[in-house]
Design a binder for this molecule. Structure first.
Ligand code: IMP
Length: 205
């Protein structure tokens, strides 16, 4: 099956393409099918935003489109930056500016609990969708560590690994990350969808 990846974040594309290709899905980029859609992420949940992106690209490309909406939810910041992770602190900031803002917001705070969340939505021409969600719990460190990954990876510490996401290889991160888990769940849901009689009912998890 051919599927358009509805994302312009090259690091996210890389992570998703690796896992989707292992599922036998032929991954094409928006640019490969002559599509360039700017979607306003007006949803208040990761699920809503993933669906907005997937449906917009599916409609523009006329092919199944898959989108991930993801972010970092920090307990002591009331679950923020959450759906605003990509825009935290406003326009024009770098990833490092944004994670420094999180570190500043947690100064003197002993509760460092956090999780990454990924909501995946695949939209099919005709209007069906397959959805899945994955979460990865961790804690916010006191200083950035590691060079790999993107976004908030350098401050997201995994106590069981004694490393941040940015200190893991891509393969190690995919094995435990919110996006890796959401894609694993997505694989199960997609298989159910494709084998369902008629394959035309809405499936979600
Ligand atoms: P989206 O592209 O609107 O889903 O924005 C997701 C934002 O959440 C990214 O720009 C990052 O700031 C953050 N984010 C999501 N997943 C990750 C991850 O795996 N590592 C680090 N930051 C992430």
């Amino acid at each position: 099956m051919k599927m358009v990846l509805a994302s312009k974040n090259p690091k996210k594309l890389e992570e998703m393409a690796v896992i989707l290709s292992q599922m036998g899905i032929e991954v094409v980029l928006e640019s490969d099918v002559g599509v360039d859609v700017e979607v306003e992420e007006t949803g208040t949940t990761f699920e809503e935003n993933a669906a907005l992106k997937a449906f917009a690209v599916m409609e523009a490309a006329g092919l199944p489109a898959i989108a991930d909406d993801s972010g970092l939810c920090v307990d002591a910041l009331g679950g923020g930056p959450g759906v605003y992770s990509a825009r935290y602190g406003g326009e024009g900031l770098t990833d490092a500016d944004r994670y420094r803002l999180v570190l500043e917001g947690l100064q003197g705070q002993l509760d460092r609990g956090a999780k990454f969340v990924s909501a995946i939505c695949c939209a099919f021409p005709g209007g069906d969708r397959v959805e899945a969600r994955g979460e990865c719990p961790g804690v916010i460190g006191y200083a950035p560590q590691g060079e790999n990954g993107f976004g908030y990876d350098p401050i997201f510490f995994l106590p069981e690994k004694k490393k941040t996401f940015a200190q893991l290889t891509g393969e190690e991160k995919n094995a435990i990350s919110h996006r890796g888990k959401a894609l694993e769940k997505f694989k199960e849901e997609l298989e159910k969808y494709l084998t369902a009689e008629g394959g035309n009912q809405k499936k979600s998890c």
